[in-house]
Design a binder for this molecule. Sequence first.
Ligand code: NAD
Ligand code: DAU
Length: 339
Amino acid sequence: MTQRFLITGGAGFIGSNFILSLLAKYPRIHITNVDSLTYAGNLENLKSVESDPRYRFYRAAIENRDAMMSIFDEAKPDVVVHFAAESHVDRSILDGRPFVISNVLGTQTLLDCAKVRGVAKFVHVSTDEVYGTLGETGVFTEETPLAPNSPYSASKAGSDLLVRAYYETFNMPCVITRCSNNYGAYQFPEKLIPLMITNALYDLPLPVYGEGLNIRDWIHVEDHCHGVELAVEKGIPGQVYNLGGESERRNIDIVKQILAILGKPESLITHVQDRLGHDFRYAMGIQKARKELGFEPKYTFEKGLASTVEWYLNHESWWQAIKSGDYLHYYQKQYGEHV
Ligand code: NAD
Ligand code: DAU
C-alpha cells in the first residue's frame, strides 16, 4: 500500500489503533492525522510513531472548513478514513450539542473538502446504534431501517445520511462501515469495559445500569480496524458494510467476568439508575462484509477480554492520568462521590 491517508479522530481509541496498525504493516504509507483533541483525544496513544517521517499530526476541528481545506492542500490524500466524533452515549444525554457540531456539521464539512479537492475513497466509520434496538432475537442487516434512539446515535445517523447524499448527488466514492461495540487497548475509561477494569483495580464500585441485562455485540478493536482497512481496499462506493464480532454478552456477565479475571469480589457491583432510552440489544449480521470484503473477526471474546485486562494492568499510568482528571468529576456528578 503506497497511499496517502487523511485520518480524522486518530488520537481517539479506534483511530489510534488504526494508525498504529497501518504504520506497522505498510512501509510506504503516508498518514495525516487530524484531531481536535477533545477530552477523548490523547497523543500519548501515538507516542511511538510521533517522529516517524510517514506520520503527521494536525490539531484541528473537522467542522472548521478553512483549517480542513489547508490540511487537504498539504496532505493531498488519496483516502479519507473518518473516525472523528463525539462517541459517548451518556454524554450525549447530558448535552447533545457537541454531537451535532462534530458528528453532523463536522462530517458535512469534511465531505465538502473531499469533494472540492477530490479523493479516491472516503470511508465513514459508523455504528450499529443507528439501527436502534433489537428485541430478544434477530440481527441488524444493512437493510434495517435507521431508527436511532439517543442524541449520539441520531447524530451518527445524520452523518451517515449526509455521506449517502454526497455519494448520490456528487458521485463521491463514499463507503460506510457500521460496527458494534469495540473493546481493547487505549479505550477511554468511561466506556463499560475499561471503566469496570479500572474501577475494580482501585476497589471502586462498578456502576451497572439497571439489572445489567442489556446486550451488546462485542468486537476487539483490532478486528474492527481490519474491517475498516478492507473497506478502504475493497468497499464499493455507495455501499454500507456491517462489522461485528458475533459475540453477544449481557453487561452483568461481562462485569462478573472482569471481576473473576482480576480476582475481585462481586460485592463491588453497584446497580445504579438505568440510562435514559437505554437500547436493549444490538447484534450485527456480518454476512455481507464476510462475503464481499473477506472480513472475519479473529478474536474470541474470552481471548480479547483477557488481553484487554492485561493491557490495562500494564498501562496504569495511561489510565490513571485520565481517571484523576475530568472523567472522575463527570462520574461523581452522575453517581456520587463513591465512583
Ligand atoms: P473516541 O471518543 O475514543 O475518539 C474520538 C476522537 O475524535 C478523539 O480523538 C477526539 O478528540 C476526536 N474528535 C472529536 N470531535 C472532533 C472534531 N470535531 N474534530 C476533530 N476531532 C474530533 O471514539 P472511538 O471509540 O475511537 O470512536 C471512533 C469512531 O468510531 C466514532 O465515529 C464512533 O462513532 C465510531 N464507532 C465507535 C465504536 C465503539 O465501540 N467505540 C463502535 C462503532 C463505531
Ligand atoms: O454499539 C456501538 C457503540 O458502542 C458506539 O457507537 C459508541 O461510540 C460506543 O460508546 C458504544 O456505545 P454503548 O453505549 O453501547 O457503550 P458503553 O460502553 O457506554 O455501554 C455499554 C453497555 O454498558 C450499555 O448497555 C450501557 C452499560 N453501562 C455502561 C456504562 C458506561 C453500564 O451498565 N454502566 C456504565 O457505567
